[in-house]
Design a protein around this ligand. Structure first.
Ligand code: AMP
Ligand code: GLY
Length: 443
């Protein structure tokens, strides 16, 4: 969509910031945003049990789908910049709506969010721009899926086209499992999100997350990160939203980054422009570094979780100005993100049973933690009527630390984690195993 050039809010002011979302990602955004001296208040809709532990933060209890009430409230609070965290409101066009109401918004419109909410669209987009990615077949019936699967000479991955809370991707080992996955999706496991299925060539290599803040034309890169998708140690078990992360990802060499910029990031932004998509937000490139070079596994239209919690503590008070510049189409592309001489790591504490069924409502006990360069960002918590902090999600807490090297980072994170408890607490013990010198495999 075109942004109103007579926008009355087309001037810089950063006193009141609103963040939409309720996870650890949004709390970490609030944490870095409040560092800016110009910022007086950070509102979160709805936030969670940990949001108000963060300086200057206040939760607002309002339904974002009640548009009239939302706009009235934002006017009342004199909100200067809105940051939309999760993909669902972006896919539903919330950024478009708020921009039409003349708010400055960091987050793409519905057109840009399609990079995430339709995997087949994203694949065709990449094909059109010659962006390296796995080969794919888009099918709209089980019959057609069967044909591709049975005639394929290469191993395939099966994906529901639409949003499926990170659960719509199957990595089968056999053709039989492949067929079962396609059947499950076409039988309605993900509702309308499974009306179309994408079958993809299974590719191999380590995965990295790269984030570009984009103002529609220009972009700047954040420090890279590596997520840990599998539930259990040694990268075993089912896929999750992410069990921990570290940043930067030393696996990416300068050469890799040059290639990623030339072959992936710039062609993506050029293609968005070609399609008249004015993308003002973050583009999350989920990449696999294969033997034949980096390839895009997926695009997301938001920050990664837990990558965001991991990266934000490496950034300074200028970060919020960058978000604002993106929202206004005013990046120069020359902005520098000064990173301290530190690295960062995050371990997620989850509820027993996650990513499948899990119970909530267990009291959380946090002992005396080392708070030097350590943050605890609540991912899924709430309070009961006595003001007790309770578990309220599959991913409960993000324990994040920074230090001179990854061994120190994760020693500190795990020491802190051992002072935290709730019924059924579960976490991986090997987050950062790729970068911890002292880590012995199988420990
Ligand atoms: P996604 O939700 O698209 O990020 O996929 C979840 C995970 O599935 C990714 O992080 C990869 O580990 C894996 N995956 C997705 N697509 C492929 C592919 N084409 N080949 C191999 N693994 C894949
Ligand atoms: N950490 C993966 C994601 O946010 O999708």
């Amino acid at each position: 969509m075109s942004i109103n050039s007579k926008n009355p809010k087309n001037f810089s002011r950063l006193e009141n910031i609103l963040i939409i979302g309720n996870g650890g990602r949004e709390n970490s955004l609030a944490w870095v945003i409040q560092k800016n001296v110009l910022v007086k208040k950070v509102y979160l809709i709805p936030g969670n049990g940990g949001s108000e532990r963060i300086n200057k933060c206040e939760r607002i209890n309002i339904d974002i789908n009640n548009k009239d009430q939302l706009v009235e409230k934002l006017d009342l609070l004199k909100v200067d910049l809105i940051v939309i965290g999760p993909e669902i409101p972006l896919a539903n066009g919330l950024a478009d709506f708020l921009r039409q109401k003349n708010f400055k918004v960091f987050g793409p419109g519905k057109d840009g969010a399609k990079l995430e909410y339709s995997k087949s669209w994203a694949k065709e987009f990449m094909q059109g721009a010659n962006i390296p990615t796995a080969k794919f077949w888009k099918v709209n019936s089980l019959e057609k899926a069967k044909k591709v699967i049975l005639s394929s000479s290469i191993p395939l991955v099966v994906k529901a086209d639409g949003l499926a809370s990170g659960k719509g991707v199957f990595i089968p080992d056999t053709k039989d499992e492949c067929l079962k996955a396609a059947e499950l999706i076409f039988n309605g496991k993900f509702g309308k999100s499974g009306n179309v299925v994408v079958l993809e060539e299974k590719i191999q290599g380590p995965e990295v997350s790269v984030f570009a803040l984009c103002d529609g034309k220009k972009y700047i890169l954040l420090p890279t990160a590596q997520d840990h998708k599998r539930l259990n140690d040694n990268d075993k078990g089912p896929n999750t939203g992410g069990m921990g992360a570290y940043s930067p990802a030393p696996l990416l060499t300068e050469d890799h980054i040059d290639t990623i910029v030339k072959e992936i990031i710039e062609p993506t932004i050029n293609e968005l422009n070609k399609k008249n998509i004015d993308y003002r937000g973050v583009i999350y490139f989920g990449l696999m570094i294969t033997k034949s070079g980096p390839k895009v596994i997926e695009y997301n239209c938001r920050f990664g979780d837990p990558e965001c919690q991991t990266i934000m503590p490496l950034l300074d008070q200028n970060f919020v100005s960058l978000l604002e510049k993106c929202s206004m189409g005013k990046l120069t592309g020359e902005e520098k993100i000064d990173i301290p001489d530190k690295v960062s790591g995050c371990v997620i504490a989850t509820s027993k049973g996650y990513p499948q069924e899990y119970a909530t409502g267990f009291p959380i006990k946090i002992g005396k933690i080392d708070s030097t360069d350590c943050q605890i960002f609540d991912s899924g918590t709430c309070f009961n009527e006595n003001g007790e902090l309770l578990t309220d999600g599959g991913r409960v807490l993000s324990i994040v630390c920074q230090d001179k090297n990854f061994d120190l980072v994760f020693d500190k994170a795990y020491k802190n984690l051992n002072k935290i408890n709730f019924d059924g607490i579960y976490f991986r013990n090997d987050i950062g195993h790729q970068v911890r010198k002292s880590f012995s495999k199988g420990k």
